[in-house]
Design a protein around this ligand. Structure first.
Ligand code: KE4
Length: 418
């Protein structure tokens, strides 16, 4: 049963944080603006659970927005970080961890012959776009409405229905947005129309959209983008920051059988430490400095601790773990669908593997559901546009508790007329 948790320590710390950081956070979604209330300040996490500074225990579906696929504080990952740190935290020079992790990624994704590590998904997506422009000699890129690829200027753009991007953020200049064209996800005709106008360097797409809630590619969509980009001499960039090593060891490109020209990675490959990567065919990557004229650099690129955490994580992503994640996702999906129906709610559940979103018809209803679940000890992503991230640590107890909480939360949200 839900009880309203004591949150005085969180409130006290958030009051101090608001003096230091805009809205008291270092990334906007953490501020609970979409759901209201005071964010919980997390003290520690282990497995599928979080504990906040007031001692409240929660089952966690944020999962640090994707990296914690094994669960929090996985002993092997923590040990790997400790061991690496004992040998130094950053060298600014090549290290063996980069080679070991790079080989794992190349082995998992045949479309990647060479890659570069950076320190965030934003950096990786930004670099992939720059590389596509360098390789094709063209300026324009096509992204999807609702597609999120980090906060580089050229990618913080979304139009209405039009083809020309308009800045989605203050400070993004019209110039930076002018070469970003935007189309609806799953709309092949619109993509074909834009590519047909010429001078498109690349289409960048989340192969499974997971930043507008989870939206699956329609049958033939990814294949269609592959054919269209080839026909028009544009590169296809898969942003697999979320889907990479989550949907399968080879990510969405393995699951859907479509090989992009460039792949953007992050999150899981760093095991919870700052990381990003972009990669593709050697014919493209050879343009990257100092081999070629396209510049990308980074003080902490290939950081040995991030490499160690990522390697320890990938080493434990076995076929049985993927089978377990699929089972947990399927059980949550069916249980949520049943619970919503019993409550007379038209909430929709969309899932692929261990990514899931419960869609409500309005934000207020989602916010009520979010807080009813939080009061019951289940921390969901505090935004309707985010996915639930299920980990290998979400076992029987967590799934049962989540579905029990959902049954009460759906009832609290109320039926269609509530
Ligand atoms: P980062 O720069 O946050 O490491 O990665 C940017 C990024 C790129 N591509 C995709 C598909 C992504 O989902 C992200 C970042 N994801 C968000 C949550 N959906 C991160 C959470 C946050 O911004 O606080």
């Amino acid at each position: 049963m839900s009880t309203v948790a004591a949150t005085s320590r969180s409130a006290e710390l958030m009051a101090r944080a608001e003096q230091l950081f805009p809205a008291g956070v270092n990334s906007p979604v953490r501020a609970f603006r979409a759901v209201g209330g005071t964010p919980r300040v997390i003290e520690r996490a282990s497995g599928a659970r979080l504990w906040d500074v007031d001692g409240n225990e929660m089952i966690d579906y944020i999962g640090s927005w994707g990296p914690m696929i094994l669960g929090h504080a996985n002993p092997a990952v923590v040990a790997a970080i400790h061991e690496a740190a004992s040998r130094g935290t950053s060298f600014g020079a090549p290290n063996a961890g980069e080679v070991a992790l790079g080989e794992k990624i190349v082995a998992a994704m045949p479309s990647i012959e060479q890659l570069r590590f950076v320190s965030s998904g934003t950096e990786a997506a930004m670099s992939a776009v720059r590389l596509a422009r360098a390789f094709t000699g063209r300026d324009r890129i096509v992204k999807m409405v609702g597609g999120y690829h980090g906060h580089a200027d050229a990618l913080l753009v979304r139009a209405g229905s039009g083809a020309t991007g308009l800045p989605a953020s203050a400070g993004v200049t019209a110039g930076a947005a002018a070469d970003t064209l935007v189309v609806d996800y799953n709309d092949l005709d619109a993509a074909s129309d834009l590519l047909g106008r010429g001078s498109v360097a690349a289409v960048i797409v989340e192969p499974v959209a997971a930043n507008m809630g989870v939206v699956l590619p329609q049958a033939g969509y990814l294949e269609g983008l592959r054919q269209l980009t080839e026909r028009h001499g544009a590169l296809l960039i898969f942003d697999e920051v979320i889907t990479g090593f989550r949907l399968a060891r080879g990510g969405a490109q393995e699951k859907y059988g479509v090989a992009p020209d460039l792949t953007v990675l992050g999150k899981i490959i760093g095991g919870g430490l700052p990381v990003g990567a972009y990669g593709g065919g050697a014919r493209i990557m050879r343009l990257v400095a100092p081999l070629g004229p396209m510049y990308q650099a980074g003080t902490l690129s290939g950081n040995p601790l991030a490499m160690a955490a990522g390697l320890a994580t990938l080493q434990r992503l076995t076929p049985s773990v993927y089978a377990q994640l699929e089972g947990a996702g399927a059980e949550l999906e069916s249980g949520l669908v049943l619970a919503a129906a019993k409550a007379g709610l038209d909430a929709r559940v969309t899932r692929v593997g261990s990514l899931l979103t419960v869609f409500f018809d309005d934000g207020a209803r989602f916010a009520r559901f979010f807080h009813a679940m939080l009061d019951a000890g289940v921390m969901l992503p505090p935004s309707q546009h985010e996915a639930w991230f299920i980990s290998a640590a979400h076992g029987r107890a967590e799934l049962d508790a989540t579905l029990d909480a959902a049954r009460h939360a759906f009832a609290a949200v109320g039926g269609a007329d509530a």
